[in-house]
Design a protein around this ligand. Structure first.
Ligand SMILES: *[C@@H]1O[C@H](CO)[C@@H](O)[C@H](O)[C@H]1NC(C)=O
Ligand SMILES: *[C@@H]1O[C@H](CO)[C@@H](O)[C@H](O)[C@H]1NC(C)=O
Ligand SMILES: *[C@@H]1O[C@H](CO)[C@@H](O)[C@H](O)[C@H]1NC(C)=O
Length: 179
């Protein structure tokens, strides 16, 4: 009787030990959505780009955020085009918008290449193509920064695109680390 009790106590403590084991691992990166976005500078924006899916590995998270950035960049390019043809923007302002539009087109091409790089696991190419995307996007702002008094009509897009590009690069970097 006594030995049966001590046996069941031993089993109980073994069970408790096993049950507590995952808790001590909680600080390790899990495969959950939150932990993937935790590697980025803008985790809230990262999560909204990934949607509601709960368990996303770094590769599919990178693919999803690249696709979300493609959609936003296409929107920004369409908006720049509408402004160019609206007749409400002229001179330097119009020139800057054309630069934005061209560079958004280049960003879209580089994003498409990034997806290919991701699927073929060409990690160095992936990082350099995503860096080029960041440069393309920030180039839109440069013309306005260099012209005092000229306000960018793209500013609302610009901030999001720039942050999303930063997140894509952070997620792509985590792919290599195996997080
Ligand atoms: C991006 O903008 C710059 C002007 O700042 C321009 O010289 C360059 O050709 C543009 N890049 C592309 C790919 O259109
Ligand atoms: C993008 O990736 C391709 C390979 O798919 C590579 O040839 C090219 O050099 C990369 N572009 C940049 C800007 O790094
Ligand atoms: C930028 O992102 C914020 C937050 O997700 C969103 O509320 C806003 O509508 C976005 N702006 C544009 C122009 O997409």
């Amino acid at each position: 009787m006594a030995s049966a009790l001590s046996l069941s106590l031993a089993l109980l403590s073994a069970t408790l030990f096993l049950a507590s084991a995952p808790a001590t691992d909680a600080s390790r990166p899990s495969r959950g959505l939150g932990s993937v976005c935790r590697h980025t500078d803008y985790p809230t924006l990262c999560q909204s780009a990934l949607g509601r899916r709960q368990h996303v590995d770094p590769i599919s998270a990178t693919a999803a955020s690249v696709k979300a950035l493609m959609a936003k960049t296409a929107q920004a390019r369409a908006y720049a085009q509408r402004l160019i043809t609206s007749g409400r923007v002229y001179g330097m302002g119009k020139g800057n918008l054309k630069v934005c539009k061209e560079n958004y087109s280049d960003a879209l091409a580089n994003l498409a290449t990034s997806l290919k790089n991701l699927h073929s696991r060409a990690h160095a190419d992936l990082l350099s193509n995503l860096s080029a995307v960041g440069t393309d996007i920030d180039t839109c702002d440069d013309g306005y920064k260099e012209t005092p008094g000229l306000r960018s009509p793209m500013v609302n897009y610009q901030k999001n695109l720039s942050k999303m590009a930063s997140n894509c690069l952070a997620l792509a970097t985590a792919v290599k680390k195996g997080h």
